[in-house]
Write a protein that binds this ligand. Structure first.
Ligand code: ADP
Ligand code: ZN
Length: 650
């Protein structure tokens, strides 16, 4: 009998088992666990040996191919980096019904023989050339070019190289850009469709795709961040498109940053990684400046399309009168653009009608009973919603505090309100509103985009769902309703995110022959980020932002981790948070800030406290944090989460 380690797809570490014959690491087994038998994997970890051998149970190997060594290495790496239980990461790998064989395996046809006939510009040729020189072995490149410069065409060309071999490639996209538009484009180029992986696949689709990646049949996989955990057999290229996108940070379960983990996955596979963006993240720019990543630039828009003119609408000069959210400047441009037969886009990253309901009689603000957050008015749904927990209610007839009747006033705009104002100003214009509330599925979303593409709409109004990926030839005017909204708050990346998002949205204007205009409405026209946006000067933004981060030793110049402590019992949550602070390892340069009540101090009836751990860049933070966390005495009613490289600070 052999002793071996078995890992289950559950938030636990390995367990010792016995096997009648030696089993290679990665073998799928059935193992008795508690009263059931469970699917597990023989893990590449020395057995514990502490447990008496006569108490060990025996596993039965399954007649299935084994998990590739690289997948095991990747799971080990991610668990160690994110300070998570190994099995929680394995669970992300085994997230399909893998035991049941696909009856009808997916057919992946070879691409059409003449698929890659594209006339590249000099800059594009150069980019393809440089990237193809580094197709063998691990190597990270930033493919940096404004929206419309042909980044997608360029990495498609590398996929074309790959198609000619037996190798596999992974293209990661933010979930929202993973639309049929992207797939159609792929199909037009190659004559076939790639394997697709995202959160809304059916059980059967998941199983089929998982197995075709596992058997190596699927050559090109396009997916959202979780596609990183697919069991590739022969991965030879990873592309992370829109690498700066904050949705690459997974915010529940195992907290990981998919862009960073893609680089690790590439390293394990000894394969190149291409990070593509028009507005690269500060982390990536720092790596380029330190010469860790190659920098490949596409300097201009394809076929001479030029960047839009950018105007600021200073909202401080607003005259007194009825509340209006579309400035006279924007109104004038909208009117001209309509008259010229062009299309416009109005952007506001706030769902609903109004972010706050106030009682004019007593000043009461309507709050969520389960969260420390205001209720958001949604007129179309005729409801007030909490955007954090989903609580909803009808508008109360009387103020719950003072009993006044009909004294509620809606404060501030959400996209629904902008749509209403647009209709009042331009009653004959054909308008549509796109938000995740009004569109319940991808089909409806694509139907609206299709109408826009066919120029059956004049003005499209929406949230960040509109920010990227779409390409409309007649769209020549973009209006940013509130450029300041992302700038406030203590979030480390608030400025960076605002800059990236607004650059992307403005990049929607004038993508073809017609020159575009973007109008930024702001109350702080002197703000550095607004200035950099107006001048279309990324270097100005990057230089200032990096200077500030360096001064404060914030990422990427220093390291951060946060503890988030939550419980239904406020006192217990606070005591645990205090315990974390008091047991902080005494290591010089390790700074512990907090505990403080989280900005969202009550979420789904749980009280929340946060601590921030700051360390120098070269610090071995993970092993310190793991020991620290394991030494804590945490009551069962309290949850302690550790977020390495946190992106959200609420
Ligand atoms: P990005 O990914 O940088 O936003 P795209 O690759 O989407 O840019 O290119 C923008 C548009 O220009 C697309 O419609 C694309 O098909 C077209 N395009 C870019 N390069 C070429 C080329 N060399 N030949 C033909 N069309 C091109
Ligand atoms: Zn709530």
């Amino acid at each position: 009998m052999q002793r071996l380690s078995v890992l289950f797809p559950a938030p636990l570490d390995c367990f010792d088992y016995l096997s009648e014959s030696p089993l290679p690491c990665g073998t799928f087994v059935c193992a008795p666990f508690g009263r059931k038998t469970q699917l597990g994997v023989v893990w590449n970890k020395t057995p514990d040996n502490a447990f008496p051998v006569d108490k060990l149970k025996t596993v039965t190997p399954l007649s299935m191919p084994i998990l590739p060594q690289q997948t095991l290495d990747f799971v080990n790496w991610v668990a160690s980096y994110t300070v998570s239980p190994l099995g929680a990461v394995l669970k992300m790998v085994l997230c399909a019904d893998i035991q049941k064989q696909s009856k009808k395996p997916l057919a992946f046809l070879p691409p059409m023989p003449d698929f890659s006939k594209i006339a590249f510009s000099e800059a594009q040729k150069n980019a393809v050339q440089k990237l193809s020189e580094n197709l063998n072995g691990f190597h990270v490149s930033l493919l940096d070019g404004v929206t419309g410069s042909g980044k997608t065409e360029v990495y498609f060309e590398l996929l074309a190289h790959l198609f000619r071999t037996q190798a596999q490639a992974l293209v990661l996209l933010p979930e929202i850009t993973l639309t049929s538009a992207w797939l159609h484009r792929f199909e037009r180029r190659f004559g076939v469709l790639p394997a697709v992986w995202h959160s809304s696949l059916t059980v059967k689709q998941r199983r089929d795709t998982w197995q075709s990646v596992f058997t190596g049949k699927a050559q090109i996989v396009v997916g959202a961040r979780s596609a990183l955990f697919l069991p590739f057999q022969n991965l030879k290229l990873i592309v992370v498109d829109e690498e700066h996108d904050s949705s690459y940070k997974q915010e529940d379960g195992v907290l990981y940053q998919a862009r960073d983990m893609a680089v690790v996955r590439g390293k394990i596979a000894d394969a190149p990684v291409i990070l593509a963006s028009a507005t690269p993240s500060i982390e990536t720019v720092a790596n380029v400046r330190e010469k860790k990543y190659a920098h490949i630039v596409l300097p201009e828009r394809f076929a001479g399309a030029v960047m839009p003119d950018i105007l600021l609408a200073d909202m401080r000069q607003k005259t007194k009168g009825a509340v209006r959210f579309i400035s006279p400047l924007l109104e004038t441009h909208l009117r001209q653009n309509l008259a010229a037969g062009n299309q416009s886009l109005l952007f506001l990253n706030r769902r609903g009608y109004a972010p706050l309901i106030l009682c004019r009689a007593c000043g009461e603000r309507l709050k969520c009973p389960h969260c420390s957050a205001w209720l958001i008015e949604h007129k179309q749904k005729k409801k007030l919603l909490c955007h954090h927990c989903g609580y909803e209610r009808k508008m109360p007839p009387l103020c719950p505090k003072c009993g006044a009747e009909n004294m509620f006033v809606s404060c501030g705009p959400g996209v629904e309100r902008i749509a209403e104002e647009t209709q009042l100003l331009f009653p004959t214009a054909r308008t549509a509103l796109i938000t995740s509330d009004t569109l319940t599925n991808m089909k409806e979303f694509e139907a609206v985009l299709e109408k826009m593409a066919l120029h059956e709409l004049d003005i499209l109004i929406g949230t960040q769902i509109l920010a990227k990926g779409h390409h409309f030839a007649d769209l020549t005017l973009v209006g940013i309703i509130d450029a300041d909204m992302g700038l406030s708050g203590g979030d480390l990346r608030a400025g960076e995110r605002t800059f990236q998002l607004l650059q992307q949205v403005m990049g929607r204007a004038g993508r073809e022959q017609k020159k575009g205009t973007a109008i930024i409405q702001t109350f702080s026209p002197d703000n550095l980020i607004i200035q950099a946006l107006q001048k279309n000067d990324r270097t100005l933004f990057l230089t200032e932002e990096m200077k500030a981060r360096q001064l404060l030793q914030m990422p990427p110049f220093g390291r951060l981790a946060s503890f988030i402590v939550s419980s239904k019992h406020q006192a217990r949550a606070y005591q645990t948070a205090r315990q974390i602070a008091l047991t902080a390892p005494k290591i010089s340069d390790l700074e512990v800030l907090g505990p403080v009540a989280a900005p969202l101090s009550l979420l789904r009836n749980k009280y929340r406290f946060r601590l921030l751990v700051k360390a120098p860049k070269n610090c071995r933070l993970q092993s310190i944090l793991r020991q620290w966390k394991e030494s804590l005495q945490v009551p069962a009613s309290v949850d302690v989460r550790l977020d390495i490289d946190p992106y959200s600070f609420f």
